[in-house]
Design a protein around this ligand. Structure first.
Ligand SMILES: NC(=O)c1ccc[n+]([C@@H]2O[C@H](COP(=O)([O-])OP(=O)(O)OC[C@H]3O[C@@H](n4cnc5c(N)ncnc54)[C@H](O)[C@@H]3O)[C@@H](O)[C@H]2O)c1
Length: 405
């Protein structure tokens, strides 16, 4: 049987840790996976573009687990009553190819994108940021707000959206969620006013074109820019002159994908970028001075969904009531007799073998435990899910909230 996690199951799992706690846990998972970058099979995602949007396949594997996300991006969808971004995902055992988990990834994508944004800012922004401008107040924005509040200690949000109703919705949600109550949210009438004086700027708008959300005059020394909404060819948010600033340090997830999909698609092929893996491993410092402007040119990389699926699989093993068993794959007494066991004369008697075993490496916990113990030491391996990282030693960059409060 394959474990299925639907929306309700993920909601329940997130509630067991709290939204801030879940995002923090996921950020740890993502960070640990970026640190073992070389273990991953990496490819740019496979995109199918159409007039209104894109549908993408995002696969990766670390040689033990394989993950695949199917995700869309259709900025016009809210006018049709649909989400702009929807996703589902699969986690499989590399040794046998057997699926382990089929999961919703729409809610999870918002959580993992927020976790990745906050994680990148922890490594790239100046310490103790207080104010973040949040431009684009749609489906992803609440998650970004909570991630920066819980992981970096952001206390004040400066909001702007061309749709004032979207901003009111965001303000309402953050005010009515216990985890958002420490946040002061102020709506501004323009991007310029929202960005002025902010330590961090997150752009997370949806528009299928080369939009210009941030212009060069808005950028102040020392700012960290978290540009999330530009994630497809011909879909960007920053004026190209921002990318030409001599004091700008640009970090991307996976360079071959970001060159095509990120803000840096506007720049020549030799434009300097640093991969995030080099930053979390301590090989490259994203920020050299307090006055540098840093840009996390986020497009979303398959590794982040791998981390999320592995975390969910570990959590659902600890909370089996949140998942369901799916008869997605025939489990046969005689694995050579697919016809007989499903459609032939034996199908009525014993269509599915109940006790199919994946062997010794069946659980994600086992798979990850072996992997992590090799690379990170046993201190990282407590907790029900794949890895709790309280004992890990950061290479060079602290600046998490816990260090300031
Ligand atoms: N990088 C990643 O990993 C990642 C992950 C998920 C989503 N995304 C991208 O993030 C973006 C937002 O996703 P969403 O699900 O929140 O979409 P959404 O449609 O729910 O919200 C987008 C918001 O942007 C606003 N907007 C559009 N143009 C604007 C402008 N010029 N100025 C200010 N606001 C503007 C819209 O009014 C809307 O409220 C999308 O482009 C999506 O593709 C990126």
């Amino acid at each position: 049987m394959v474990t299925y996690l639907g929306l309700q199951g993920v909601q329940q799992l997130v509630r067991t840790l709290g939204v801030g706690g879940f995002i923090a846990r996921l950020a740890d998972e993502i960070e640990s996976d970026y640190r073992r970058w070389d273990a991953f099979e990496k490819s740019a995602r496979v995109a199918s573009h159409s007039a209104d949007g894109v549908i993408e396949l995002m696969p990766t594997s670390d040689g033990r687990l394989y993950s695949l996300k199917v995700v869309n991006g259709h900025p016009v969808n809210p006018q049709r009553g649909l989400l702009t971004v929807m996703a589902l995902g699969l986690l499989a055992d590399v040794r046998t190819g057997h699926p382990l988990l089929l999961s919703e990834l729409t809610l999870t994508t918002a959580l993992r994108t927020a976790a990745t944004s906050a994680l990148a800012a922890r490594w790239m922004a100046r310490p103790a940021p207080r104010v973040m401008a949040l431009i684009g107040n749609g489906a992803q924005s609440d998650f970004q707000a909570l991630a920066f509040h819980h992981l970096l200690g952001v206390e004040e949000l400066h909001l702007f959206d061309v749709d004032t109703q979207a901003t009111r919705r965001l303000q309402h949600n953050l005010a009515s969620t216990p985890e958002g109550r420490g946040l002061r949210c102020i709506a501004f009438p323009s991007v310029h006013e929202a960005v002025s004086g902010a330590d961090l700027v997150t752009t997370i708008t949806a528009d299928k074109r080369n939009a210009v959300i941030l212009t060069p005059d808005m950028i102040e020394p020392g700012m960290h820019l978290n540009a999330v909404g530009g994630d497809c060819p011909g879909k960007t948010e920053l004026h190209p002159q921002i990318l030409q600033r001599p004091d700008l340090r640009v970090v991307v997830e996976f360079e071959p994908q970001s060159r095509v999909e990120g803000e840096v698609q506007q720049m020549p092929a030799d434009y300097p970028v640093t991969e995030f893996a080099a930053v979390v491993s301590g090989r490259v410092q994203a920020r050299r001075t307090e006055r540098d402007v840093t840009l996390f040119d986020s497009v979303g990389f398959a590794l982040e969904d791998f981390s999320a699926l592995r975390l969910l699989h570990g959590l659902v093993q600890a909370h089996p009531e949140c998942g369901q068993s799916l008869d997605l794959v025939p489990e046969l007494d005689d694995p050579k007799d697919l016809f007989g066991g499903t459609l032939g004369d034996r199908s009525g008697q014993s269509p599915m073998r109940r006790s199919f075993s994946l062997g010794t490496a069946q659980s994600t916990n086992d798979l990850t435990r072996v992997d992590n113990s090799r690379e990170w030491g046993n201190s990282r391996l407590t907790g029900a899910a794949s890895g709790s990282h309280s004992g890990s030693s950061r290479t060079s960059r602290p600046a998490a909230r816990s260090s300031r409060t």
